[in-house]
Design a protein. Sequence first.
Length: 430
Amino acid sequence: MKLAFLRKIIGGVLLVSLLSLGFFQPVRQMVSIPTKVILFEGEKYVFPQAMPVSTKVAKNAGIRVNQKDDEVILDADAPGTNQLLMDFAGLPVKKVDVEVLKNFKVLPGGQSIGVKLNTIGVLVVGHHLIDTKDGKKSPGEIAGVKSGDIITEINGKKIMGMNDVSEHVQSAGEDGKPLELVIIRDEQQIKTKLVPLKDQNENIFKLGLYIRDSAAGIGTMTFYHPQSKKYGALGHVISDIDTKKPIVVKDGQVVRSTVTSIEKGSNGNPGEKLARFSSEKEIIGTINRNSPFGIFGKLNKQILNGMMDKPLPITLSHQVKEGPAQILTVVDGSKVEKFDIEIVSSIPQKFPAIKGMVIKITDEKLLKKTGGIVQGMSGSPIIQDGKLVGAVTHVFVNDPTSGYGVHIEWMLNEAGINIYEKADAVPKAS
């Protein structure tokens, strides 16, 4: 009995001691040091040293270590992998894998752009009733075609635009034969048959569907990669205004645009940039991808913003800090300007996600002009400490001074630009 009681007391003391260690500041700081650090060559990484530990690298390559009384500084010299080893009184207490990537830079954007998208096939955006001799009907609705569907084939022939549809409708109506449709719905292929009906008022055959084969709008350029000529813009997907579904892109064009005025935002009512496509209508690039992270393609030539015309390094998602930053955007004409913001929070994401940062506009000039983040500002590059960290994406409806940002790391991935250097395996400590 006494032995069992003694064991309980010792166990309780040990448990309390272990729990107390969690509140011990040096231990907490040691635990907070990441197990893996990714840097670009030429960068530094600093973490606090609250315990009298000794640090060394597993091999003399890629990184250098500068140990001070209260911090450890890693200098990334060359691409490769290594390990930082920490000992306390001869006992290993922490191991950090370090990967150094090749130096990577892109040109920041900020320019106002016009966007023209052409859909794959034709997009169904609604139904309408046809006044037939048997009453008002919608052949499309009868055939089970839904708003948001994409018609890609009719009678075995690919549909490239609205003109391809009309010729099939009239011939099928006159012959009294159903049209064999192939549609895409939620990434699934569906086949159905539709019988066109004659409108007795206009004396022509109709589908009873509202369809669309293109869309247009404005946004902001985020980055341009001179080596590959690839770009990224907007920072979010373009959805159809009626169906609210992402537009499946066949192709598209990017043109210059000019901001003519601003509809100022207020609580519950996001503002908007009003712009027009530039008069020369010069196509400056193509669009081949419309994703949750923005639109992507290639530019025909390098474009400069007149504010930061030299390539900037980027910051990976886990390196973005809370604190002051700037955005580049246009609020008048075509002049790119720099405005102050605050990065309120940043999530060090391991996997791509569209909402990586919460940002707040702090620049009085911009607040006076726009009220905060407005539609058309999406894609405006976010700059922190001279590095491109992300892009503006969404505004908070009830607080137009604040909104979300997406990390530049994920936009570059979506553009098909490889920012990661493949290196040899992490060496084992001897």
